[in-house]
Design a protein around this ligand. Structure first.
Ligand SMILES: O=C(CO)COP(=O)(O)O
Ligand SMILES: O=C[C@H](O)COP(=O)(O)O
Ligand SMILES: [Zn+2]
Ligand SMILES: [Zn+2]
Length: 315
């Protein structure tokens, strides 16, 4: 039987890769988001990955990386113990060696080394170095090839550079990385496409053929238009927000995506319902009473995503 807190993320992703479904990797920055994600996964009987960015670790630790990583592990383990579904904790977009080491030491299930902004050879070298360290303590590693447009940890990538499948083949063989995020046209945040949504599925298909490992889709939020509308009605300014359509996510899963990173959908839902609750109950000052209905909605959006990803009932 799998323990709810997964030591190595690879275990649950390889099963997903064999059976062609995807596991949601949801970002959190505090206890309430984590609770909402875990409750959703438990109710859907789905394996789940919870992720902290470097920024999240710094936020949780009030600037202290070791404290942030340790608290993230403690929180996730403590909640996961009470659950029946496997829960993995992942470092999202690790760029700073110190943060990656802090996550490994604290007991994360996997780390991402995102050296995709560096030239191919350097990305390969850097990834290989992290793989050697992480594998020595039995945890897995994600790397990225190609660049995502948009904001990545305060670095604005103006142009998206899509993955080269031939490079992916060499990269995976040389680095022995466990899962790979190929850039196929998505971007982070709430404004993903100016015109029609477009992803390079041919490229994705080739990367899967050439690498045969679990693949990761970043920037995969759907940015639901009803929630954007609700947020705007209550004073937000999010017009033009656009995400990845459901049929495209499903096609990406068919072609070999097994981990789907989602943050923006949770953020938008939080902001929309927080605005609604505050404006409808103007005398409420108890944060618990404000947060309860807001995080019920965050939980619902996570459940919807898990169903779309095909991981419901897979725990
Ligand atoms: O890729 C992500 C985290 O790594 C999140 O993507 P979104 O901004 O589309 O939610
Ligand atoms: O990939 C980016 C995630 O949405 C995390 O973003 P963050 O660096 O603002 O925490
Ligand atoms: Zn990146
Ligand atoms: Zn990402």
């Amino acid at each position: 039987m799998t323990m709810p807190y997964v030591k190595n993320t690879k275990e649950i992703l390889e099963k997903a890769s064999k059976e062609r479904y995807a596991i949601g990797a949801f970002n959190f920055n505090n206890m309430e988001f984590l609770q909402a994600i875990l409750e959703a996964a438990e109710e859907e009987k789905a394996p789940v990955i919870v992720a902290t960015s470097e920024g999240a670790i710094k936020y949780i630790g009030k600037g202290d990386i070791e404290t942030g990583a340790k608290l993230a592990v403690e929180m996730v383990r403590t909640y996961a113990e009470k659950l029946s579904v496997p829960v993995a904790l992942h470092l999202d977009h690790g760029r700073d060696f110190k943060v990656i080491m802090a996550a490994i030491k604290a007991g994360y299930s996997s780390v991402m080394i995102d050296a995709s902004h560096l030239p191919f050879e350097e990305n390969l070298r850097e990834t290989k170095r992290i793989v050697e360290i992480a594998h020595a303590v039995g945890i897995s590693v994600e790397a990225e090839l190609g660049k995502l447009k948009g904001i990545e940890d305060n670095v604005v990538e103006k142009e998206s550079v899509l993955v080269d499948p031939e490079e992916a083949k060499v990269f995976v063989k040389e680095t022995e990385v466990d899962f790979l995020a190929p850039a196929i046209g998505t971007s982070h945040g709430a404004f993903k496409f100016k015109g029609e949504a477009q992803l390079d599925f041919e490229r994705l298909k080739k990367v899967k053929e050439y690498t045969q490992i679990p693949l990761v889709l970043h920037g995969a939020s759907m940015v639901p238009q009803d929630i954007v509308k609700l947020a705007n009605e209550y004073g937000a300014e999010l017009s033009g927000a656009k995400g990845v359509p459901e049929d495209m996510l499903k096609k990406a899963i068919e072609l070999g995506i097994n981990k789907i990173n989602t943050d923006t959908d949770l953020r938008i839902t939080f902001v929309a319902y927080l605005r609604k609750v505050l404006s409808e109950d103007k005398s409420q000052i108890d944060p618990r009473k404000i947060f309860k209905p807001v995080f019920e909605q965050v939980k619902e959006i996570v459940k919807e995503r898990i169903r779309i990803f095909g991981s419901s009932g897979k725990a």
